[in-house]
Design a protein around this ligand. Structure first.
Ligand SMILES: Nc1ncnc2c1ncn2[C@@H]1O[C@H](COP(=O)(O)OP(=O)(O)O)[C@@H](O)[C@H]1O
Ligand SMILES: [Mg+2]
Length: 599
């Protein structure tokens, strides 16, 4: 095999071993053992024909031989089915193993950057598709090859005993076959790689037409024909590429079949001539022809398996690249202590893409412990980005974020995150029950109903939950059935969902830092004010960071910080900022007058 496959071969074998263990080896051995059977059948056939034409071995009962040949044929077929089942068992084990490993790797990513990379998305899907096949394909290849070698040993002896040069002819014919099969494998793998982006977008357009997310807009704006046309275009491109490879396969296999026929024809001509001259028996001719056919079938079988295996192994490298890659963000070891002084962003520069625009440009921000800090600024100013960096979803390119003077990168990411309760601007609502939707805010307390209820009450979600058909057990989903597959779930309004998300972040009772990003997106002004008030009481003495474009909601914050284009431009208490008559005062006056809402 080519050098490119040096790495994936041992890795695929290791994966196969990890997934199936000694049982896998036993199956391979059993597969190899039954390979001897076809040769025995061929021998029995020869003896039978020789016996019938009067050239048989004396003392062998022909009827016994006939029965044995028939039974052997049955045994071969029966063993074939058994081996197929065992092979399916192996494939299943391997699939489960690689799927588990791939998704464990994915679930352990700490940051978001890796998932925002289109190349990674392609690679992940390729890994998912190929990893299922590679170890199984390699095992099948080994099995087929072992069976072919063992099974062919008898055929080789038979062929050589009748006409030795045939051996050389067969070997010569096998060389172009192997080269062609490897070429096909490369083609297959390249096509899978090249069409992955199109296949992902095909999947996206399919989902847009058949899933609930976005369906209202899709209908209102009449987007059906657009999505359908784009889906069809992607589908035609993907299928066209697949078909081109299939065409190549047909041509190659056709040419190889022709080559086999020519080889067989040469051999036949020679042995038939010799049989006519009385040198060989009719049984010898039949035996020779069936042995050559057997050998050619074995080579062809190995060839097909070779294509599949080489292709799977090439793609298996994507799986290896993913599962062997180190962590996406370096983890620290320390555990942040109780926040005493506060959090400080010191000259933080950040951009989402290496060649993109700076989103934070030398940001200096302090969030004093025990106080409520309000973050104000127009859309796109960088407020949510600040929160993302604070939670280490991304690391800044330059500068530091300090937790009581210590760079947060020195802390264990999970320990750091345990200290923070966040309601993100783009929070999630899971297709789970209300209780689970809240409980996941602290997995260790997920089943503590008292805690779940308390969090719901703090977030002002309890009355609404009380009115749901099954209370806390109500499923927040319209696409699954609840309890026992009988009850229907509900869809909550945006503000109701936001309160559930808020309750989730309040599950962490001991969180040092509470972050609330734009609750105003889902809440009306009264609700937002209420929530801020509840939190103010709840968080007494705790540190909070509140982000809202509705400045009145931040009014009560101890300190308000105005972010503009990735920098802090003003800070102070509400009254101080209004008195200063700067940007904050201007925005606040506009909003207070009720004409404009800056968003
Ligand atoms: N995941 C992301 N990838 C690339 N750019 C992003 C991402 N999130 C936000 N941005 C960009 O960063 C800038 C700041 O966004 P954000 O922090 O969400 O602003 P704010 O929360 O103040 O409205 C915007 O220009 C936005 O387009
Ligand atoms: Mg935001």
């Amino acid at each position: 095999m080519s050098p490119a496959l040096n790495r994936p071969i041992p890795a695929a074998l290791r994966t196969g071993w990890q997934a199936t263990g000694p049982r896998g080896l036993a199956i391979l051995a059993a597969g190899a053992a039954v390979s001897g059977l076809p040769v025995l059948t061929a021998w029995a056939g020869k003896l039978l024909i020789d016996g019938l034409t009067g050239k048989g071995v004396p003392g062998v009962d022909l009827w016994l031989l006939a029965v044995a040949a028939a039974l052997l044929g049955g045994a071969v077929a029966g063993a074939g089915f058994l081996i197929s089942y065992l092979a399916a068992w192996m494939r299943t084990r391997i699939s489960l193993h690689v799927e588990e490993r791939l998704y464990r790797t994915a679930s352990q990513y700490r940051g978001l950057r890796v998932l925002e990379d289109p190349d990674f998305q392609d690679r992940f899907r390729l890994a998912e598709e190929s990893a299922q096949h590679a170890p199984g394909a390699l095992a099948s290849f080994v099995l087929t090859a072992v069976r072919a070698v063992l099974g062919s040993a008898g055929f080789v002896v038979l062929v050589l005993s009748v006409w030795p040069p045939m051996g050389a002819l067969l070997v010569l014919a096998a060389v172009p076959a192997v080269v062609a099969q490897l070429g096909l494998a490369r083609r297959f793998a390249r096509t899978a790689e090249e069409t992955m982006t199109a296949r992902r977008s095909l999947h996206m357009y399919k989902a847009l037409q058949s899933e609930l997310a976005g369906a209202a807009e899709h209908r209102l704006f009449g987007l059906g024909p657009l999505f359908h046309a784009r889906m069809t275009r992607a589908s035609v491109a993907v299928n066209g590429a697949d078909l081109r490879v299939q065409g190549r396969v047909a041509l190659t296999q056709g040419a190889l079949a022709l080559l086999s026929a020519v080889t067989l024809a040469a051999g036949s001509a020679v042995v038939v001539t010799r049989a006519a001259g009385g040198e060989l028996t009719a049984g010898d001719v039949v035996l020779f022809l069936s042995a050559v056919a057997g050998l050619q079938a074995a080579v062809a079988g190995v060839g097909v398996q070779l294509t599949e295996t080489a292709q799977a192994l090439r793609l298996f490298q994507h799986y290896l690249a993913i599962v062997d890659a180190g962590p996406d963000l370096p983890d620290g070891e320390g555990t942040p202590g109780q926040l005493r002084r506060g959090i400080e962003f010191r000259d933080v520069w950040f951009r989402y893409d290496e060649d993109g625009q700076w989103v934070l440009r030398g940001l200096d921000l302090s969030i004093p412990a025990g106080q409520a800090t309000g973050l104000a600024g127009v859309n796109g100013a960088g407020k949510s980005t600040i929160i993302g960096l604070l939670c280490r979803l991304y690391d800044p390119q330059r500068g530091q974020i300090l937790w009581d003077g210590e760079d947060i990168r020195t802390y264990s990411i999970s320990e750091l995150r345990r200290r923070i309760g966040v309601t993100f601007q783009d929070f999630m609502t899971y297709d789970l029950t209300v209780a689970e939707n809240i409980g996941v805010g602290d997995l260790s307390l997920m089943d503590d109903h008292g805690r779940v209820e308390r969090a719901a009450e703090l977030a002002g979600a309890a009355p609404m939950i009380g009115r749901l058909p099954h209370g806390y057990r109500t499923l927040l989903s319209r696409i699954f059935f609840g309890e026992g597959g009988e009850t229907r779930g509900v869809a909550l309004s945006g503000g109701q969902r936001q309160r559930v998300a808020l309750a989730r972040s309040l599950m962490r009772d001991d969180a040092e830092l509470l972050i609330l990003d734009e609750p105003s997106s889902g809440l009306d002004a009264v609700s937002e004010y209420e929530i801020h008030e509840t939190l103010r009481r709840h968080r007494a003495g705790r540190t909070s960071l509140l982000v809202s474009h509705r400045l009145s909601a931040l009014r009560e914050a101890d300190r308000i910080v105005v972010v503009e284009a990735g920098r802090i431009t003003e800070q102070g208490s509400h009254s101080a900022l209004v008195a200063a008559g700067g940007r904050y005062a201007e925005l606040f006056a506009l909003q207070a007058s009720g004409y404009v809402e800056v968003s």
